[in-house]
Design a protein around this ligand. Sequence first.
Ligand code: GDP
Ligand code: IMO
Ligand code: MG
Length: 421
Amino acid sequence: MVDVLLGLQWGDEGKGKIVDYFAPHYDIIARFQGGPNAGHTLYVNDKKVVLHQVPSGIFHENTTNLIGNGVVLDPVTLKRECDTIRSFGVDYRKNLYISERTHLILPTHRALDKASELSKGTEKIGSTLKGIGPAYMDKTGRNGLRVGDLLDKSFTTQYIKLRLKHQKLLDSLNFHEDISAWEEEFFEALEFMKEFKIVNGEYFINDRIRQGKKVLAEGAQGSMLDVDFGTFPFVTSSNTISAGVCTGLGVPPQKIRDVIGVTKAYCTRVGGGPFPTELHDAAGEELRKIGNEFGATTGRPRRCGWIDLVALNFACMVNGVTKLVMTKADVLDAFDELKVCTSYLVNGKKVDQVPFQLTRVTVEPELKSFKGWKTDITALQSAGSLPAVMKQYVAFINEYLGVKVAYISNGPGRDQLIEIQ
Ligand code: GDP
Ligand code: IMO
Ligand code: MG
């Protein structure tokens, strides 16, 4: 049996914390897409950790963690991350497995990412520049190198061939950067990677599912960044939605049970692209300040706005969400008034669906107002103790989406999560 936990907005919904919380109830936590563009924050012994590629179950002794074939993996970032994990006294080699089909991010992919962003002029994606797009392009272009290739003696020859191809591309884009230091680190990290348990991920996971083990597939980014269904071209390069679990881990769709969708009680986006409910006023500033909305991977300030039910409804539909987790509800504690987007005015016409192109039309959010609860909720532990005004806010969202908020997160800490009956 496989449950999926993924983001429903533009990423950074708090997936890392929620996976860490649920991890003890699962045997395996598996990442199925994305790469080091992700930054998943959790707290271990009250110390903050940001994971980029390693699944967020790594701090639980009895949980197996798998980096699936759908991920693009940067060995250098992995090595750094493993050093951090070890500093918490955790032996990552015991519980961390990598699929041999996982594609590698090379130093030239990072350079190509930069070159591509530069060539976009004013229409920049706002990529994290971790080489994600170019690595996935080499996968679909049938050029990429995979983790399993590392064990082959032709690896260096294959690497040099691909590197030459990339160099030609970089030259044609007139992009020049000395990547020799990156390459040195890369080859060091490859040696380090050989110590890992490199497995055939699809047999590994299906065998365990057959034995009755429980798997939690951990999404990265968010549904509105999905390469097919997000705000293209301002998206990432993978399928972030639940369908990505099948291709990213090799599990059949019938094995998927719950799809747990994570949404903030408001909304953020980092990088370029449309964001209908974005606030450019004092309320947006307040959300950024109270919510500490700065990127976990790049440190960039996140754009902030009200919760967008049109986009969330779309995300629930394409993912088949069965349960919602609402995070960062405590960030709204001090607000007198809250707003919720219930429809868009697209070129003056009211719609309740996400249009094909949000950038080539004028989109005005239609907002419904709610009274703020004006209560510090960070120490609350039960659904019954939540302010009545807050319950109204949540009930409206439940009804609009036709899916229930099953958990409310009221702070970054491991224990700050309230189950709603
Ligand atoms: P992810 O990428 O979805 O895992 O999310 P990030 O880690 O990038 O960003 C979420 C941020 O919000 C992190 O700094 C978390 O520690 C923090 N966070 C998570 N849940 C809560 C919550 O309920 N309240 C508050 N105040 N912070 C939270
Ligand atoms: P987690 O898993 C938020 C955004 C980037 C950029 C776009 C493309 O922490 O939620 P890429 O590096 O993939 O070329 O960037 O996607 N982006 C994220 N935004 N959270 C993430 O991951 C993101 N990963 C990528 O800012 O706009
Ligand atoms: Mg993040």
